[in-house]
Design a protein around this ligand. Structure first.
Ligand SMILES: *[C@@H]1O[C@H](CO)[C@@H](O)[C@H](O)[C@H]1NC(C)=O
Length: 254
């Protein structure tokens, strides 16, 4: 029976490593600013933004407007932006007019650094105009320190305007050491080992039973008794997890 519980743990291990492989988007509960962390590694704009004199925001001009974006939540101190709010981290300026594009500590970071799709989103609702301005900052891994460009502007309906920006920067690249030499994550390697082990176990076990033990029919399936019990073991495992990993109380068992 000890051998059987070992097999059970190998299977559980395989399933949990599958979880690791699929969970490679930015951690939505990330508490550090301008950071995306995944099991494959971490990217952060903090070093880049700290290197700007006076923590100046990223800046780009397009069609008579100047846009200021502060991805690491340092409030924008442009004179025109301050009357809108003193905690803006995204601001659109034309002369003396300014519009908020995002407020402090309000960024949503999504995407996957391995797929080069990390996006910082924020928004600012102007109550006086009843217009919601959304900003999307898309990060792309490149050799540059930082190339900041305006992509486009779309009006979803008259009350929602989305501004898309692109930041090409080496700070959006997962470092070679964190993504592994062959590009395979620890999770993927575990999954491959898991399936290879299963195949060897089934094939080797069947051959052993058939030719060494001279078994026939369904007796050639390795650990036949265990596998016929397997569905009820899985049921037990699921119930155990659902109950918050607590064993059934003893009198319930009796
Ligand atoms: C705006 O730019 C983004 C990023 O390049 C792109 O995915 C999107 O399709 C563009 N939208 C329009 C309307 O061109």
């Amino acid at each position: 029976m000890e051998q059987l519980s070992l097999i059970y743990f190998v299977i559980l291990g395989g399933i949990s490593s599958l979880c690791l492989v699929s969970a490679s988007t930015c951690n939505p509960k990330e508490t550090r600013p301008c950071t995306c962390s995944t099991p494959e590694g971490v990217i952060s704009l903090q070093t880049l933004m700290d290197s700007q004199p006076n923590q100046a925001p990223l800046q780009v001009s397009k069609s008579g407007y100047t846009y200021y974006i502060a991805p690491c939540n340092h409030p924008i101190t442009e004179t025109a932006c301050l009357p809108v709010s003193n905690s803006l981290v995204g601001c659109q300026v034309q002369g003396l007019n300014a519009y908020g594009l995002g407020s402090q500590n309000h960024y949503a970071v999504t995407g996957d650094p391995q797929k080069d799709s990390v996006t910082f989103m924020n928004n600012f609702l102007s109550p006086s105009e009843n217009v919601n301005r959304i900003m999307k900052l898309i990060l792309k891994c490149s050799k540059d320190d930082a190339v900041f460009t305006f992509e486009n502007q779309t009006t979803d309906n008259s009350n929602v305007i989305t501004y898309t920006f692109l930041l090409q920067t080496k700070y959006a690249c997962l470092s070679a050491s964190s993504s592994g030499s062959g590009g395979l994550s620890t999770g993927s390697v575990l999954v491959i080992i898991f399936f290879v082990a299963i195949i060897i176990y089934l094939l080797g076990g069947t051959l052993f039973l058939k030719y060494v033990r001279k078994a026939e029919g369904r007796e050639t399936i390795p650990n036949y008794e265990f596998w016929s019990d397997f569905p009820s073991l899985v049921k037990d495992g699921i119930l155990f997890t659902v109950r918050g990993c607590k064993a059934e109380s003893t009198y319930e068992k009796i």
